[in-house]
Write a protein of this length. Structure first.
Length: 363
């Protein structure tokens, strides 16, 4: 079937591997010749349970997750985790340390403030969220329940390259937008969560990777769905999970494995991001990336033009050329190219060529 595919730079939901979309299409009616669709199958029985545990095993393998960690999926997106984290782990008479590096860490901190005392170890507001603290300088408060960071800010195009050593204080990270784009030392973290709709699959599921030692820090006085330990006991199957999303994640995991795993994705990301940053840096200021070079995101490349009128024209003409999703986040404006794992390198090259031609004719 011939399809005129758009070049998809949306920040999320975002591009999926075309071969995964074809697999979903081919198997949606009759999954593995079972005589029913996987989205009709009970989550308490085969074929779902086989698929689910194969998916969890792939996540463990590709992320290098130690045995002393739980792995499961939840609904509610990363936004639900913003409140679940303090509900479960922010103790009375203690504080939670937050690194406020942009839109999503700010939203998480705002939810946490409603539930307990928050200490802002770092607030990037004065720099317009364009830089990060040195990881080696980050130290939690003496009475800290945990330290929280967002590994990659999709709105501002800002990404951690190294990780703090929190010396016994739990380190918690929202990795929604750069999960499995590079190898990560999971054992440095006590909780990693990620909405899957950027690098891992379609919207609907949230991956949770949780150190089993966090059971001892668990607030027991929570409704069951808001309790991490309750979910961990049942591998995330205490209620009906987002089956379609998880199935798609499994297929994307297989695609990542075929393409070199986390290390392979890191190489792809380096090539794609270099193409765009080189185009920006060689534009003589026509394109401007406001982010500290040390922390430029390899997933979300943000840039501005000399005027809003030119930015509007850029979006209009890029759409005419088959590219979608290049508007910046509504809260900051400008332009943004999200270049997640599944986006072909050829699409990034096409965008770079368009940028050079746009500058030639409009600059």
């Amino acid at each position: 079937m011939k399809i005129n595919r758009k070049k998809n730079f949306f920040a999320g939901p975002s591009v999926l591997p075309f071969e995964v979309l074809e697999q979903l299409q081919q198997s949606i009616v009759d999954f593995n010749e079972e005589g029913l669709s996987i989205i009709e199958a009970s989550h308490r029985d085969q074929p779902f349970t086989d698929m689910y545990y194969e998916c969890l095993a792939l996540v463990r393998e590709l992320m290098g997750i130690p045995e002393n960690y739980y792995v499961f999926f939840l609904g509610g997106g990363a936004t639900l985790q913003f409140s679940m984290v303090p509900m479960n782990y922010l103790k009375p008479n203690q504080v939670a340390d937050y690194i406020k590096s942009g839109t999503w860490s700010s939203k998480a901190a705002s939810d946490a403030e409603k539930l307990g005392k928050i200490n802002y170890y770092f607030d990037g507001k004065e720099s317009n969220y364009s830089t990060l603290p040195l990881a080696s300088d980050v130290k939690p408060s003496v009475n800290s329940s945990y330290l929280y960071l967002c590994s990659n800010e999709t709105t501002g195009g800002l990404e951690w390259k190294e990780w703090p050593d929190t010396k016994g204080v739990p380190l918690i990270a929202d990795m929604s937008s750069d999960i499995l784009s590079r190898p990560v030392p999971v054992d440095k973290f006590d909780l990693i969560f990620a909405g899957v709709q950027k690098n891992l699959g379609p919207a609907g599921a949230t991956l949770v990777v949780l150190n089993k030692e966090m059971d001892s820090r668990q607030n027991p006085n929570l409704p069951s769905y808001l309790n991490y330990s309750e979910h961990a006991k049942g591998d995330g199957l205490s209620n009906t999970p987002p089956i379609f999303s998880i199935w798609a994640v499994k297929l994307v995991m297989e695609w990542i494995k075929r393409n070199g795993g986390a290390a392979g994705m890191e190489k792809r990301s380096a090539v794609k991001s270099a193409i765009l940053y080189d185009t920006i840096d060689n534009s003589g200021g026509f394109y401007n990336n406001p982010v500290d070079v040390k922390y430029r995101s390899t997933m979300n490349v943000v840039f501005k033009l000399p005027s809003k009128e030119l930015e509007k024209l850029f979006v209009e003409e890029s759409k005419a050329e088959g590219m979608v999703g290049l508007n910046g986040h509504r809260s900051v404006g400008g332009l943004r190219a999200s270049i997640y794992n599944s986006l072909p390198i050829e699409d990034v090259q096409y965008l770079a060529q368009f940028m050079e031609e746009f500058q030639r004719t409009k600059g």
